[in-house]
Design a binder for this molecule. Structure first.
Ligand code: PMP
Length: 660
């Protein structure tokens, strides 16, 4: 026996087993049994409890009690988690049995009825049947005795009460949690053989421990256990060995159905055979996403957001960040944020309209309105909230919102939350937009568009849109999330880019991209900002941004104002990268920092992004629903701080990965 030492002390536990029986007319009749794995100081109490349990059993008084105490070392013990428990309440045994068949189907067993018929052979067995679910061959060596899964207990602490009555519920979970870990076991079904206990269960890793409240009629002693085996029979020996000898302690075993494990405790009341599991849709949706290559996961970055980042201790060229000007790690901006914490503390303590309105908020709003040449500005907590709050406030009933089909999700959500009629026009298609406007001829209308489209990197035809708003007396709102700091000779955004003489009515933007912080804003007239301050719910009902966040954005805006060469460098990098891709025959061209490389199939885009990841390039695969189905793409985002070397490497590796 191997020992594990902690210093010089072997950590010992003890397996304690009790079997009580009665000899009736020469044959031995099982009365009661129990087992635990415990510490030395718990032996006496547990022996007493076991004897009391044996002597007071409803089946009668035993004339033979077998107590076995064996030493077990810690490293012989395997720890497993308790299966999550769910209770299905049924009105009669027949429904209960049908429920079992449904669950068996869920774990890939289609001949459930034939398996349930095997219970007629378990009634007189002491142990469980080990059944090949496909051939219905019984695999336990001794059919009369059956298999005994043994050497298991719940992980308990010494404060646990020692119980002298059987806790059917907890003990069954311990057993099922061990059994389903045995080699080639895919599940277990159990119907209690206690005449006074009609509850049973079906258990498997994928469905958990499903407790069914009625599986037989009260008073019936018929019951049994079937361990469901699937696979080659050369593992039968290992399976039996595991069940009979492996010491297992099960974590997080609930004591009663009312305190089922938090992981997946559900309760369903079922009056017919359909299983209505209120959590089913979660798993179904997740599985669906996985099957369609649409399941999303998160990477963990261990360094600052910059042109290179560390993940798992490795260096990656960052080609997916919105930190276009590379300012998130700029020391001047960090110092401004730290100073703000020194002066104002960490949180703002309330919404702008209650306590969370500091000098800093006002100063940043003034800076933004100056930058965008508007009368005023208003801050929101995110760009998302700026769109949702503004559009839902402007879109009153009777209003018609005309929205580009490729607008950002936050615009779409704002439209959904509004009471307005929403009309989607074809992407950047001015003819389609005008036709729609003419058809409806709204008296209150709003055109809303991204300035730079976030997944394609193209720029809205704002001059034409402004003409239409004049002609039809409509409001226009532009989302400058990807244009501020990026387009226009000095990064002032779409108005500068087109050299327009006047501003759109609503200029929305975010502090989270070029401005290296987080938060959103809207710039416009005094009247518009007053209106939003009173009507935009995401502004009114949310705690305002923290001082450090505001100070960082303010400092970044100052850098943008005073260092136009950063914007120039970004423009240079964009052109340089596109030229390189073109040189490899990858056709892409953009004036913004977003360079889409269309792949098509979702699965292929994911595969290419993951191959590039393995080559040290962090680039996003954008898939449905962010873009249309079959339009999956790599989306490269360029930063002012990328070097030519970075961009050469990326272009060359993209080329090699895309082309077989
Ligand atoms: N609008 C657009 C066009 C965006 O791309 C985004 C963010 N990706 C937002 C709004 C939301 O901004 P934020 O991330 O600040 O919530």
């Amino acid at each position: 026996m191997k020992n594990k030492y902690e210093g010089d002390v072997t950590i010992m536990m003890y397996s304690l087993k009790m079997r009580a029986s009665q000899s009736k007319s020469g044959s031995s009749q099982h009365i009661s049994g129990a087992e635990r794995i415990i510490n030395e100081n718990e032996i006496n109490l547990n022996v007493e409890a076991f004897i009391s349990r044996a002597m007071n059993h409803s089946k009668g008084q035993p004339d033979f009690i077998n107590l076995k105490i064996e030493a077990v070392t810690q490293d012989e013990i395997q720890y497993v988690d308790a299966l999550p428990v769910k209770t299905v309440e049924v009105l009669n045994a027949e429904t209960g049995q049908e429920i079992i068949l449904k669950y068996l189907e869920q774990i890939g067993i289609t001949n459930g009825s034939a398996i349930m018929k095997m219970f007629s052979q378990t009634y007189n067995m002491r142990g469980a049947m080990l059944l090949d679910v496909d051939t219905l061959e019984r695999l336990e060596p001794n059919h009369e005795r059956g298999l005994r899964a043994t050497y298991m207990d719940a992980v308990h602490n010494s404060a646990n009460k020692v119980e002298d009555t059987k806790n059917h519920f907890a003990e069954a979970i311990v057993l099922a949690s061990k059994v389903i870990n045995a080699p080639n076991i895919i599940g277990e079904i159990c119907v209690s053989d206690d005449p006074n206990y009609v509850t049973g269960y079906v258990a498997a890793l994928s469905i958990g421990y499903v407790r069914i409240t009625k599986l037989k009629d009260m008073g019936s002693p018929d019951g049994g256990r079937i361990f469901l085996y699937r696979g080659d029979h050369d593992k039968v020996k290992d399976c039996i060995n595991y069940l009979e000898h492996q010491k297992v302690l099960v974590r997080n075993v609930p004591n009663n159905p009312a305190t089922q494990n938090k992981n997946a405790a559900t309760k369903n009341i079922v009056t017919n055979c359909s299983i209505v599991d209120k959590n089913n849709f979660l798993m179904e949706t997740i599985n669906n996403l996985k099957q369609n290559n649409l399941y999303r996961t998160m990477n963990v970055i261990e360094s600052a957001q910059d042109s290179h980042v560390a993940i798992d201790g490795h260096d990656f060229i960052m080609m997916a960040s919105n930190n276009y000007l590379g300012l998130t790690a700029d020391s001047r901006i960090k110092v401004a944020a730290m100073d703000a914490i020194e002066r104002y503390g960490t949180g703002s303590g309330g919404s702008r309209l209650t306590t969370g309105n500091f000098t800093l908020h006002k100063e940043l709003e003034d800076d933004l309105s100056k930058f965008k040449h508007t009368e005023r500005a208003i801050l929101f907590n995110t760009g998302y909230m700026a769109n949702v709050g503004t559009i839902s406030a402007l879109g009153r009933s009777g209003t018609v919102i005309f929205s580009d089909e490729l607008n950002h999700a936050s615009i779409i959500d704002g439209c959904r939350l509004s009471r307005a009629q929403v009309v989607i026009y074809r992407h950047n298609d001015m003819k389609d937009l005008e036709n729609n406007i003419k058809k409806i001829a709204p008296s209150n209308g709003l055109i809303v568009t991204d300035a730079v489209f976030s997944m394609d990197g193209d720029i809205a035809n704002l001059p034409a849109i402004m003409e239409l708003t004049k002609k039809y007396n409509l409001l226009v709102m532009v989302d400058e999330a990807h244009s501020t700091g990026v387009i226009g000779g000095t990064g002032h955004g779409i108005v500068e880019h087109f050299g327009l003489k006047s501003n759109p009515d609503v200029l929305m933007g975010t502090l989270s991209k070029s401005l290296a912080s987080e938060g959103g804003y809207v710039c416009g007239s005094q009247t518009l900002i007053d209106y939003l301050c009173n009507k935009a719910r995401s502004f009114i009902f949310s705690t305002s941004l923290a001082p450090a966040t505001i100070a960082a954005a303010k400092a970044a805006l100052n850098v943008l104002n005073t260092e136009p060469e950063r914007v120039k460098r970004l423009h240079y990098n964009i052109e340089y990268f596109c030229k390189h891709l073109n040189h490899y025959g990858i056709n892409t061209n953009t004036e913004s920092a977003i360079v889409p490389i269309i792949i098509g199939e979702e699965e292929r885009a994911l595969k290419i992004a993951s191959e590039l990841y393995n080559k040290g390039i962090y680039i996003s695969a954008i898939r449905y629903p962010t873009v249309a189905k079959g339009q999956a793409r790599l989306r490269a985002a360029i930063m002012a701080t990328h070097t030519e070397d970075d961009l050469n490497t990326v272009a060359e590796k993209i080329n090699r990965t895309i082309k077989p």
